[in-house]
Design a protein. Structure first.
Length: 318
């Protein structure tokens, strides 16, 4: 196409953008944000902090864009110019604090397989990390658990400096992750073939995990944007989980972003999460594979929304 990579303002992105869907504000649509980025590119002083911060960075717009515009990159560029990032800086400061000292721990025999749980799960759910490490070691004969490192995504989307230590992953042919965001980012940094998301890992070892399924009753799965917009399709996810859990698994009808990628507008995150919970219908449990999604959905509990359990997809095995 002659206009590949150039926004032609067709507006196709507006129909799938959660912030536009919830507000109907043009400046909170991908097309509006692209227009603001173009104005800033021309050297015109403009405060775009609110528009840049409220973007969910879900990537739904890029999926439907006929010009293949890299909209998320333009929004990240706007965020880099923002000065109103007090809350974001606090979040990044915490992540930097918990991921400044790499630690490698061998479980079982030495192998070329590494397990990277990310920087958040070891802090909020150490039991999950041990459980998944046990599964990988059982299948592969051994695994090295790598903690104390961040994949770098939170810093990249705010154009903040973070020294990603690629050397930590040297010597491993495969790196398994339990965070869809980490999976997406590490595939970008280390190579798609070398990094495998845990849902992919379940698919590769589906008979093993089918034998481990606990029969927990009716449950569903919230599709993280980083998983189904770049790693595998919703249909593939449903096929894998449906195989190991059978009729207990009730797929959601659509992909809905939890809104955690927004550094602002908590009210829109609440609307997004309420839609996710409504999609769960009669399911007693929403499973996830991203700590950000987990945290976002759990927020509903403290707002008096419909009570529902949330856990990582690995918790259906035992």
């Amino acid at each position: 196409m002659a206009y590949d990579g150039i926004c032609v303002k067709c507006g196709k992105c507006k129909g799938v953008c959660p912030t536009y869907r919830y507000t109907k504000r043009e400046d909170l649509s991908p097309r509006g944000r692209m227009h603001l980025a173009e104005i800033v590119d021309r050297g015109i002083e403009l405060n775009t902090s609110y528009q840049a911060e409220t973007c969910f960075l879900c990537g739904a717009c890029e999926e439907v864009c006929p010009q293949r515009v890299r909209i998320k990159d333009r929004v990240i560029g706007l965020r880099s110019r923002s000065s109103n990032l007090t809350l974001t800086n606090l979040k990044l400061g915490f992540i930097r604090f918990i991921s400044n000292q790499p630690e490698l721990r061998l479980m079982g025999k030495k192998s070329k397989m590494a397990f990277f749980p990310g920087c958040i799960y070891p802090v909020i759910n150490g039991g999950l990390v041990e459980k998944v490490a046990g599964y990988i070691s059982d299948i592969e004969g051994g695994v090295t658990v790598i903690t104390g490192v961040c994949c770098g995504f939170p810093f990249r989307v705010y154009s903040k400096n973070y020294r990603f230590d690629e050397k930590v992953f040297e010597g491993y042919d495969c790196v398994v992750t339990i965070c869809a965001t980490c999976s997406s980012e590490l595939k970008r940094r280390l190579g798609k073939e070398r990094v495998i998301d845990f849902v992919e890992f379940i698919g590769v070892n589906r008979d093993y995990f089918r034998s481990k399924y606990r029969g927990i009753g009716r449950f569903t799965f919230h599709y993280p944007c980083h998983l189904v917009r770049g790693i595998m399709s919703k249909k593939e996810v449903d096929r894998i989980i449906g195989y190991v859990a059978g009729k207990d698994y009730a797929p959601m009808d659509e992909v809905i972003c939890c809104g955690f990628g927004s550094g602002n507008l908590a009210s829109l995150m609440d609307v997004a999460v309420d839609r996710i919970i409504s999609m769960a219908r009669s399911s007693e449990l929403i499973t996830v594979s991203c700590p950000s999604c987990n945290i976002s959905i759990l927020r509903a509990k403290y707002r008096g929304a419909k009570p529902i359990k949330v856990s990582h997809i690995a918790d259906i095995f035992g």
